[in-house]
Design a binder for this molecule. Sequence first.
Ligand SMILES: Cc1cc2nc3c(=O)[nH]c(=O)nc-3n(C[C@H](O)[C@H](O)[C@H](O)COP(=O)(O)OP(=O)(O)OC[C@H]3O[C@@H](n4cnc5c(N)ncnc54)[C@H](O)[C@@H]3O)c2cc1C
Length: 395
Amino acid sequence: MADSNLNVVIVGGGIGGLFAAKALIAQGIKVSVYEQAPALGEVGAGVYLTPNSVRHLVRVGLGPAVEKYGARVGTASRYFRADGTPIAPVQVTDSSGWNATFGMHRADIVEFLAASLTAGVVNSGHRATGFAQSGDTARVTFANGATAEGDVVIGCDGIHSELRPFVFPPSDRVYSGSIAYRGTVPHAQIPDWPNDAWQMWLGKGKHFLTFPLRAGTLINFVGFVPADEALKESWSQPGDPDELRREFEGWAAPVGKILAQVQTTFRWGLYDRDPLPVWTKGRLTLLGDAAHAMLPHLGQGANQSIEDGMALATILARSDRKHAPAALQAYENLRRERVAQVQSGARANGLRYDSLYADLAKRDAEIQAHANFRKKLYDFDVVPQAEAAALALAS
Ligand SMILES: Cc1cc2nc3c(=O)[nH]c(=O)nc-3n(C[C@H](O)[C@H](O)[C@H](O)COP(=O)(O)OP(=O)(O)OC[C@H]3O[C@@H](n4cnc5c(N)ncnc54)[C@H](O)[C@@H]3O)c2cc1C
């Protein structure tokens, strides 16, 4: 438990910012979250939660919420070629066999994280526009004229982060050459669709993914297709269901079956960033997509932001006002390498998924072997390392 009375300002109330708030408060630290949106909304579709982050949600008391709102993904999960030939099972447990792999609607996780915080912690309608620090104080200014001061400020404001340039000079996002059509279909419309399986079909330059949400009552779909012209990175750009159907014409029967039910879809330009060499400056650090935007091909965006929040809370709990900048630096040192590996792993997996291999048998063998990478990813527990980093700081 902290005896430091730290006061932490979090900018951004997405999954990363809200989980960090929950984990810091669990350590007895005072937190205020500032979110630009006027209210939480039903934007987005499915995110994938894996054991390496679910163990932290369980630690802060949110295990029952994950079970209630999520849909557990089971051993029927498979990779297929575009024609329906099975390639390999999907790794859904850690090495111990613990299955904590869930499909979750982004709106649900944002809602239950926010609901778990005391009223008044989250301040909506606050868009951060500026940052300054001097001496022991860090200050954020907002477009509405308000300011917030803290011992530290955490930029959790996503891929377009307003706070990142206060840490590292602006750099361009990297466009992957693909966009994703996303959406959901009620399971009741396809009652024989498996409601506990993550399934992916892989074709030349394209791939199609489905997994269940909301206790299996919704099927999440994502169709990844190439596009020359980069779309603005937005979660709410509408797409044309007929165009989506044309993209996957002739694919295995289940793909056509679900696409026949699609009435609305939105399009998302796929960008990431090269790993940042620096996340921290004095009393300001970055977390989640603000620090390490990544492609979705390992399904780790939300999971890595949760690991970040747990690491940060564990280290800050053993710090105080004077030593907070060193604690933020220790958090960055702990996280940067692992996250950079996940960022590059997501790029490599995208090449496999889009079948950009001369020899597909080689690609299929890599996908079969990928289970070992997943096990290592899922086995990882950031807390012991964060505790050791905090102890090293104290000595
Ligand atoms: C609306 C939306 C829908 C999404 N839908 C999906 C999805 O369906 N599937 C998926 O896999 N991933 C989705 N994501 C991305 C996914 O949530 C993130 O990749 C991952 O969870 C990491 O979260 P994060 O908290 O770092 O960033 P984000 O989830 O992007 O959250 C950043 C938060 O900061 C707020 N913010 C941004 N700028 C400012 C500012 N200047 N001042 C104050 N607040 C600010 C944003 O409104 C947002 O709430 C979505 C993100 C958003 C913003």
